[in-house]
Each structure stands twice: as C-alpha cells, then as structure tokens.
Design a protein around this ligand. Structure first.
Ligand code: ADP
Length: 489
C-alpha cells in the first residue's frame, strides 16, 4: 500500500504532544493544571450538528473519538449499503472489524514531537484519513474522514473478491456508485476547513470552561476563607464563654464567703443595740445603728450578686409551694414604706380580692416585687406617686422579637398580673430594651445620682423566667415607668 503524503489536518498549535501525553498532572491542582477531556469540554449535540453539516456539504463521512476511545460523532454518507452488504460474509466481516479497530486505536507516528495524520486504505479500495485532535499540546482524540474512493482508482480493489468468494462483483460495483469519489486535493481542503472549525470550537469551549472553573474556584476559596473565619470566631466565643463562667464562679464564691462574716457583723451590732453587752450611750448607739444599717445594705448587695451569678449559671433553686400571693405582695411594700414617708411619696396598693393561688417560690416572687418597688422608690422624685396593683388576667403573652407565633395568634392563658407604676424619671425609648441586661444602667456615669449595681432587673427577669412568666416595661421620660409581671396561674 503506497500512501500519498498526508493531507493537512487540525493539528495546529500542538506543541510537545508526546511530552503532554506523559506529563504527570496535578489531580487537585488549579484548573489550569488539569487535563480536560473533550466530552467535558464541548457540547456533544452542537458538535455533532456542526460536523453533520460539513459532511452534508462535502458528502464524506466523519467520525470523532475522544482520547479514551468514546465515539462522539459518527456521520455516514453513501457507504452504508456497501459496508452492510460486505458485513454479510464472514471473511469481509472479519477484515472490516480489523480495519475499524485500527482506525480507532492505531497510534499516530510523531514528527518533531507532533502526532501526524495518516491514511488508511480499506481492503475494498476505499480510503480513510485519520487525524489527531490536539489542543494546546493535549491529545483530545481523533477525527476519521471517509470512506471515499480516491479519484484515481477505477473501482473496488481486486483483493476484495479473494477475501470472500461469495461477494458478487456486479452487486458490489453497483453499491460503490453511492460512495463519494474524491480527488485528494478536495479531501485536503475539507480537512483544512475542518481543522480550523474544530480549533475554534475547542478554543471557545476551553475559554468558557476556564471562565466558569475560575469562577467556581474563587467562590470555593471565599467559602473556605469564611469557614476559617467562622471557626476562629467559634473558638473566641468558646474562650469568652469560659471566661464568663470563671467570672461567675468567682463572684459566687466571693459573695458566699463575704456573707458569713457580714451576718456576724449585723448580728453583733443588733446585740449591742439590744444592750446585751451593756447599755450604749449617746453617739455609741448612733454609730452601732449606722454599722447595722450599712451592714444590711452591703448584705443585700452581696445577696444580689449571688442571686445573679446563680441565675446565670443555671443554679437557681426554687422552693416550690402553693401560696396566696396577696400577703406576699402586701409584705413587699413594707420594704419601702419608711423611704416613701421620707420622700413624701404617695404609695397606693390595689390588690384585687381573691387572687388565685400561685405555685412557685414564695420568697422569689416577693423578691421580684421588692426589687421593682425599690427601683420605683429610687427613681421617683419627692412628692411622686407609686402604685402596686395586682389582679387576675387572661390573655395572650406579649410577642417576643420576631416570634412567628404572633402571626398565627398566641393562645390566651390565665395569669396573676402584677403592676408597679411610678411617676419617676422614666427611661429613654432607645434604652428601655436593655434594662433587663446584667449590669446595665441608663446612667452609667461615675457621677450618677442613683446608687445600684445594674443587677436588680436582671435578677427580676431570671426569677420571672424561672416561673415561666413574663416581665416587660413601658416608660415615658419625665412621666414615669410601668413594670408589668405576668405569673401563670
Ligand atoms: P440598678 O441597681 O441600677 O437599679 P436595675 O437592674 O434594677 O439596676 O435597673 C437597671 C437600670 O434601669 C437602672 O439603673 C435605671 O437606669 C433603670 N430603671 C430601673 N427601674 C427604673 C424606674 N422605675 N424608673 C426609671 N429607671 C429605671
């Protein structure tokens, strides 16, 4: 078999193909390092359509296989009847199978490192041109053009009839008429055109693939960065929580240790006042009285700190009993009666008769009211008014933040509603949402007029929460505040 010089084919821009075929590639490197298969690169349907139109135009069959041997395009023109006829006989079928296997798999000879197209003559005398598809040094697959009958051949090859004697000459020659007869220069032109088109398709597809892959890479990188930041934040948050816990434990321990000696100081000053160690005279009595009073307020402060740290660490223990709230509420007012008299504040107590029995911690409920009354007292100027009222109340709980339940209607419940209202200084609208936070004070300046720790309302809130209740405040600066507590019956 003599082969004419190979026609020009779509091997343009190939460089160092052998090297590219053997070069080890990063499996998870950047997209630029990765080897791309033709099936992943181009849209198979449009590629097939494109090559079909080529095939229609020049009336020559075109096949394309990717690098792994997968058939991507198979357009047949004119030869089907002849090939189908020859497939009927064992000898020609065998020869045909061998030829097709070679077309698909035979390696390309290389010249100057570039794979070269080659010509394959079929045992029938028809001819194929097999062209390597190379892009940027990467072997992408092969294109097979044919079969066609070279223009200088008179007809089918004589050897065909010796391969299988059953092949009828007349019939075979008749079927040959449907096969394209083409001079080599026409085939050369077809290949040049095809080469350009495939190059453009590969180039455009590669650009699109790179753009999208780079986009995915940048998104993935940002995602990893965000993940890393989230991890750092989580770590810092855990550290802060640990520190917060240490601080609470410290507070709880110190407060507890301070209470014991302080109780003795108060106890001994009470004994001195009662004259157990002999009668006190003049200023002695006043001084001991002051020691007792200051000791008591220090004890109240320490108790507050202890309550707050217990509530925070979830160690709040409740002594649950069933109790009538009326005497508890009335008892709480006694804590502010003397100061009311001193500041000429009018105290009104309006407790509805027959309040329902509550199940909860009697002391803590008392504490809630004492705290609210204490604040009302503290923040109401001379001549003001404080009202403590309580009644049975049925209704829905107030919605919290973006509580979705509010959209569907909150079910009504039975509560004892306790309201502490004053005509004091009020709380600015932008601060009112924070007063239940620990250590929060509207006036936190060192020159502030009112004493306190900023813990009272936080304790109130934790006690109310422990009773599954609600507490909220409405306030107008200069007019007064109204704290409402709902305790479920
Ligand atoms: P404090 O020990 O400062 O009273 P609280 O937790 O009891 O701490 O209250 C927090 C802050 O809420 C107070 O410092 C004050 O600014 C504001 N506040 C509480 N109750 C009233 C009230 N009845 N009238 C005006 N402001 C109030």
């Amino acid at each position: 078999m003599t082969s004419p010089p190979p026609p020009p084919g779509p091997t343009t821009r190939a460089s160092a193909v052998q090297e590219s075929l053997t070069r080890p590639r990063a499996v998870d490197g950047t997209v630029l390092d990765k080897r791309v298969a033709m099936v992943d690169l181009i849209d198979a349907d449009s590629f097939r359509d494109l090559l079909s139109s080529f095939s229609d135009l020049y009336r020559v069959g075109i096949k394309v296989f990717d690098d792994a041997g997968n058939r991507m395009v198979d357009v047949r023109v004119g030869n089907s009847a002849l090939c189908g006829y020859l497939w009927e006989f064992g000898g020609t079928r065998q020869a045909c199978t061998k030829l097709v296997t070679g077309l698909k798999n035979d390696a390309f000879a290389a010249r100057d490192g570039l794979p070269q197209p080659h010509i394959v003559d079929c045992f029938t005398g028809l001819r194929y041109v097999v062209v390597p598809l190379v892009y940027e040094g990467d072997a992408m697959g092969r294109l097979i053009l044919g079969p066609y009958l070279p223009a200088d051949r008179p007809g089918l090859a004589e050897q065909l009839y010796s391969i299988d004697s059953r092949v009828e000459r007349q019939r075979a020659e008749l079927l040959l008429e449907r096969v394209r007869r083409a001079p080599e220069d026409v085939i050369g032109k077809v290949l040049t055109q095809l080469g350009r088109v495939i190059d453009v398709v590969l180039h455009t597809s590669m650009r699109q693939l790179l753009t999208s892959q780079l986009h995915i890479m940048s998104v993935t990188t940002s995602y990893h960065e965000l993940e890393e930041r989230a991890r750092q934040l989580r770590e810092q948050n855990e550290k802060l929580q640990e520190l917060d816990k240490m601080k609470s434990n410290f507070l709880a321990t110190v407060s507890h240790e301070l209470r014991t000696p302080l109780t003795s100081v108060i106890g001994y000053s009470e004994m001195l006042l009662e004259g157990i160690a002999g009668n006190l005279v003049g200023e002695q009595r006043d001084f001991v009285q002051t020691i007792k009073e200051k000791g008591a307020s220090l004890l109240a402060l320490i108790t507050q700190l202890l309550d707050a740290s217990r509530a925070e660490s979830g160690n709040l223990s409740l002594q649950i009993v069933e109790f009538d709230p009326t005497p508890v509420l009335a008892g709480a007012t006694t804590s502010i009666v003397p100061q009311c008299a001193k500041k000429k504040i009018e105290l009104t107590v309006d407790l509805a008769p027959g309040l329902p029995v509550l199940k909860g911690d009697r002391d803590k409920v008392g504490n809630i009211v004492v705290n609210l009354l204490g604040n009302a007292m503290k923040f109401t100027p001379q001549g003001g008014r404080i009202t403590l009222s309580a009644q049975r109340w049925s209704g829905p709980r107030p919605p919290r933040g973006n509580d979705c339940q509010a959209l569907f209607g909150v079910p009504a419940e039975d509560f004892v509603r306790i309201v502490v209202q004053d005509t004091g200084i009020g709380i600015p609208a932008d601060k009112v949402g924070r007063v239940f936070e620990r250590f929060y004070q509207v006036d936190d300046s060192s020159t502030r007029e009112f004493g306190g720790t900023g813990l009272g309302l936080a304790i109130v809130k934790s006690f109310v929460d422990a009773h599954r209740g609600e507490v909220f405040v409405e306030s107008v600066v200069g007019e007064g505040s109204r704290f409402t507590v709902l305790l479920p019956v």
